[in-house]
Design a protein around this ligand. Structure first.
Ligand code: ADP
Ligand code: MG
Length: 401
């Protein structure tokens, strides 16, 4: 792969596919980690005298403009982080984009509006995606791929556009891939993996590959209830992926054969309803029960205190830890203890620690941990999981050659 240094960017229009898909609450950015992560790449291009055209998606709009997914607040924050104003184009390939790009002087930066306001960005149809990529290509002379969080997507700006322009890999993706190599090719043992979060079906797949790599797999978050149900326990109204139960049982079986230790929660923090993560209204029916004792009308929302200790013990002597997915609904303080304990255990260990996943990374920062104390905080949850699954990532393949 070529790097930015291999391109002659001075005076050229350089399209930077970034991942600026930050969490927003009422139009306010609640965690700017992804903006700060790609800023050094943009700053480097600015210093080299490029005309920098930054583009990203935000959320999941339906292929047409939708104000709640506008990147306008991100342009402001990006400007603050860079210390230089960022011109914002109110469309992606329309009049505003063309005019804003045309007005760029060397060393100036523009951010285009949300790529997913165009159906062509995510289209399954190659021709439709290609047509959109053609229009994006008109805005630039060179392409830098640095949106790690989107490299597992076969999208126009990720996959089709680099085929149309001389391209290079950005510094963020280069770093992310180097870290993932350390988790796959030259891993130091014991290697422990913590999986949580709510996107159970997205994450179960990675276990398949981890069974041949990891020494311990700790399961928390929403995924835990599919495992507990597979063991025949009542899980009440907790998140449950019934169709995954046979898959999970097979994993438990294979883990035994491969000498991989599965660590499941032994106690659970519950409530009769999902907590209010906006107002943080007190939870009036909070309780902790054994993992095989969840009442039928209750929902598991965090690991309990015994599990926090168990997980900490299983992480204490690890040499490598990969963590993806909060182990509880950390957005409410009552159910943040498990996620805090996992983050603390990572810091207390001497392991090379990697945190992947948008919400996991945000949790670390929102709960007040110093992100520089972790080995690496990945900007891509799905992308890092698919890499660890051994899949070919379209956005990385497109940057080869
Ligand atoms: P990431 O973005 O790190 O990959 P996910 O998007 O899969 O993680 O999941 C993050 C979400 O999982 C958080 O919003 C958290 O509230 C939620 N979560 C964690 N544990 C549970 C649980 N037991 N029940 C429901 N949601 C949960
Ligand atoms: Mg998430």
């Amino acid at each position: 792969m070529k790097t930015i240094e291999d391109l002659d960017v001075a005076g050229k229009r350089v399209f930077v596919r970034a991942d600026l898909n930050v969490p927003l609450s009422d139009g306010r950015i609640t965690d700017d980690g992804r903006i700060r992560a790609v800023a050094p790449t943009i700053a480097k291009l600015v210093r080299a005298g490029a005309k920098v055209v930054v583009a990203s998606h935000l959320g999941r709009p339906k292929g047409e403009p939708d104000p709640q997914f506008s990147l306008a607040p991100v342009a402001v924050r990006l400007g603050e982080v860079l210390g230089t104003p960022v011109a914002f184009a109110t469309d992606t390939v329309g009049e505003s984009a063309k005019a804003t790009v045309a007005a760029l002087a060397d060393g100036e930066v523009t951010l285009l509006e949300n790529l997913r306001f165009n159906a062509g960005e995510t289209a399954k149809d190659d021709a439709e995606r290609g047509a959109f990529a053609d229009r994006l290509a008109e805005l630039a002379d060179l392409y830098v791929g640095d949106g790690f969080g989107a490299v597992h997507r076969k999208h126009a700006s990720v996959y089709d556009l680099p085929a149309r322009l001389p391209h290079a890999v950005g510094d963020l993706i280069a770093t992310e891939v180097a870290v993932l190599k350390r988790l796959t090719e030259e891993v130091e043992r014991p290697y422990a993996v913590v999986l949580g979060g709510s996107k159970v079906s997205d994450k179960v797949g990675v276990i398949d590959n981890l069974l041949g790599k990891a020494d311990r797999i700790l399961i928390g978050g929403g995924m835990a209830y599919t495992f507990l149900a597979a063991l025949g326990h009542e899980v009440g109204i907790s998140l449950l992926q019934k169709d995954q139960i046979p898959v999970v049982l097979e994993y438990l079986e294979r883990a035994k054969e491969n000498n991989v230790e599965f660590v499941l929660p032994v106690d659970i923090a519950i409530s009769g309803s999902f907590p209010d993560t906006k107002t943080h209204a007190p939870v009036t029916d909070f309780a902790v029960v054994d993992a095989d004792g969840i009442p039928a009308d209750k929902e598991g929302l965090d690991i309990g205190p015994k599990t926090r200790e168990l997980f900490a013990a299983k992480l204490a002597d690890a040499k490598t830890v990969f963590w993806n997915g909060p182990v509880g609904v950390f957005e409410h303080p009552t159910f943040a203890e498990g996620t805090k304990a996992v983050a603390q255990a990572l810091l207390d260990s001497e392991a090379f620690t990697v945190v992947g996943g948008g919400d996991s990374a945000a949790a670390v920062r929102i709960l007040g941990f110093d992100e520089t104390k972790f080995g690496h905080i990945s900007t891509g949850g799905g992308a890092s999981l698919e890499y660890l699954e051994g899949k070919t990532l379209p956005g990385l393949a497109a940057l080869e050659g």
